[in-house]
Design a protein around this ligand. Sequence first.
Ligand code: ASP
Ligand code: MG
Length: 401
Amino acid sequence: MNPCVMKFGGSSVENIEKMQAVAQRILEKKSEGYDITVVVSAMGKTTNQLLELAHQASVNPSKREVDLLISTGEQVSVSLLSMILNEKGHPTVGLTGFQAGIKTSGLHTKNKIEDIDIEKVSRHLREGKIVVVAGFQGLNQDGDITTLGRGGSDTTAVALGAKLNCRVEIYTDVDGIYGIDPRLYPQARKIDVISYEEMKEMAFLGAKVMEPRSIEIGHRFRVEIIVASAHTRTPGTLIKEFDPTMENKSITGLSVSERVILVSINHLPSGPKHTADLFIRLAQNEINIDMISQTHTPDGFVNLAFTASFDDAPLINDVLKQVTDKYEDVIISTDTDIVKISVVGMAMRTQSGVAATLFELFADHDIDYKLITTSEISISYTIDRVLKEKAVHLIALAFHL
Ligand code: ASP
Ligand code: MG
């Protein structure tokens, strides 16, 4: 067998005409001698529309029923695309996630793939059929239909690639992964090859081309992933294991998170109990904290700052209210006119001076930052929203992104 997984997202299958083009593309690949498994998302904005219906039906719809509902979107595209491929004369079989042996676990609407019983898919492939599988869905231990979280079709595709031990091709609206979103910086360059680590970091930091968990699976099982345009034939971006030839760039990508809230809590009594109490309250409200900094003041207090998603602002304000009720002297401020700019590059592990270059750049151009965090391969800064464009352009120029 010579397997290959091809995945097409919602906008590539949003109507029958586009599905015809997708079918053509699949048949071309097939004629090159591949045994093809196709993964598709729901047509266009179907998933959003289904979620809207759920919220019209109920203020707080049961997550189990939400899964039952939104998984139907992918079934529609699977069956239609299979019909089109059959119509074009190629034996094809469409499978739901369940029929394809995808076993999941976890919370409804946020399931993880546990394993895939690949036997059925393999049998169809051996019989020479094109296998079309519904992305984004599976079956849990209780026999209930589940979904994998938004963008989960990428995860389905990469997990199938891991099981079939083959390369996965993700076809999308853009012609690959860019060092910076071209909408922010039109001169942005497409990346030819990127490591799993960098791609994962960029996806988690907000580059929306691929679902972060799918990269994690790709990394774990060493699945080569290609992200390419569904419309053109230009070579896309290859995501693979890091190798030293990729090291010639100190920064591979830059991403900007827009919906950020910065919370500063000053004059909090010093001591780990107080800090713990604050973060426990935030956690109890399922508020995901991103950056954190804490400094001690000479008079025995601490100044604390953290960032979180702007979407959680109402919940955060509730917690902050509890904090002001508890500590009389505390001074709290929040700022939503900020963005988080992050730069990512494997070379940071070994090269020194990336941070220094950035600090110098910001100093020379009067770009002030509030919080800074680092990981082994990234540095993030919060800066005022009005400085976003300036900072992005400066970094892009300095690092040839
Ligand atoms: N249809 C699902 C969504 O819109 C899954 C996907 O497109 O990957 O999130
Ligand atoms: Mg997607």
